[in-house]
Design a binder for this molecule. Structure first.
Ligand code: MLT
Length: 254
C-alpha cells in the first residue's frame, strides 16, 4: 500500500487498474480489503483508488474526535496528492456517509456518485444514543461486543461472516470510537442528494439487516434519476455477496 501524510495523519491507499479514477470508500468497522474481490471486475475500466479511512487498516488516527468532514478532507488531500481533480466516488455504508460529505464539500470534484448498502438520512435519536453507548462500551471493554453484535447482521453467509469478523478484529478501538461518534453526528443528506446532477447509482441487498432496502428506495424517491439496483438474497456486503452485479452497477458511473 502507498501512504501519504495528510491532515496530520498517515493515509494508506491501494491503487489498481487504469481508466477513469474511481474512489471506493469502505464501511464501518472495516478497511479497503472489503473491495478485494471486486477489483478484478473493475480494473480494466477504472483507475481504482481504495483508501483506508482514518484509523482503519493502515491509516493512522491522532485523536478520537473525528467528523465526517475530517474523513472527506483526508480523501480530498489524497486526490490533491495524486493530481486528480475529478473522480467518480462510491461508498459502502459508512463510506457512503463520507462520500455524501465529500460531494457536499467538493461538488466540483465528483462526476459520478454511488451508494452501496448506505443511506442518505441522519440517525434517529435512538440510533444516535445507541452509538454513543457503543463508543463507551468499546472504550471500557474493547471491540469484541460490537464485533459480535455486527457479524450476524452483515450477512447470513457464514463464509463472509468470518471474513468480516477477521477484518473487524484487525481495527483498533480508537477507530471504532471515532467512527461511532462521527456517524452519530452526521447531518441528514436528503436535500443534498435530491439536488445531485451527476450520474448516481444505488446498490442495495434485499436482505440487508443493518440498513433496510427501504432506505435505498427512499433515496431513489428523493432522486428519481438515480439508478437503483436491488440484489436478491444479498445482505450488507454486496461487494462480497454479489461481486459481479456490484461491479456492473459501478460501471454505470463511466
Ligand atoms: C456500516 O456498515 O458502515 C455501518 O454499519 C453503518 C451504520 O451503522 O450506519
Amino acid at each position: 500500500m502507498e501512504k501519504i501524510k495528510v491532515n496530520n495523519i498517515e493515509l494508506a491507499y491501494a491503487r489498481h487498474g487504469r481508466g477513469m479514477p474511481l474512489v471506493l470508500l469502505h464501511g464501518f468497522p472495516l478497511d479497503h480489503h472489503l473491495w478485494d474481490d471486486v477489483v478484478p471486475f473493475l480494473e480494466d475500466t477504472f483507475d481504482l483508488i481504495l483508501p483506508d479511512l482514518r484509523g482503519f487498516g493502515e491509516s493512522t488516527i491522532t485523536e478520537t474526535s473525528v467528523t465526517m468532514e475530517d474523513y472527506a478532507s483526508d480523501i480530498a488531500g489524497l486526490l490533491d496528492h495524486l493530481g486528480l481533480q475529478k473522480i467518480a466516488l462510491a461508498g459502502h455504508s459508512m463510506g457512503g456517509y463520507v462520500a455524501l460529505t465529500f460531494i457536499r464539500l467538493y461538488p466540483e470534484r465528483v462526476h459520478g456518485f454511488g451508494l452501496i448498502a448506505s443511506q442518505i438520512f441522519a440517525d434517529t435519536p435512538e440510533r444516535r444514543e445507541g452509538r454513543y453507548k457503543s463508543a463507551v462500551e468499546v472504550a471500557e471493554n474493547g471491540i469484541s461486543g460490537v464485533v459480535e453484535a455486527m457479524t450476524p447482521k452483515f450477512t447470513s453467509d457464514e463464509r463472509w461472516q468470518s471474513y468480516a469478523r477477521e477484518v473487524m478484529n484487525r481495527q483498533p478501538a480508537t477507530a471504532y470510537i471515532a467512527a461511532l461518534k462521527a456517524m452519530a453526528e452526521r447531518p441528514d443528506s436528503t436535500s443534498l442528494f435530491a439536488s445531485l446532477k451527476v450520474p448516481v447509482v444505488i446498490i442495495h441487498g434485499l436482505a440487508d439487516a443493518l440498513i433496510p432496502v427501504e432506505r435505498a428506495r427512499e433515496a431513489k424517491r428523493a432522486l428519481p434519476s438515480a439508478h437503483l439496483i436491488e440484489l436478491e438474497g444479498v445482505g450488507h456486503l454486496p461487494m462480497l455477496e454479489a461481486t459481479k452485479q456490484t461491479a456492473e452497477g459501478l460501471k454505470k458511473l463511466v
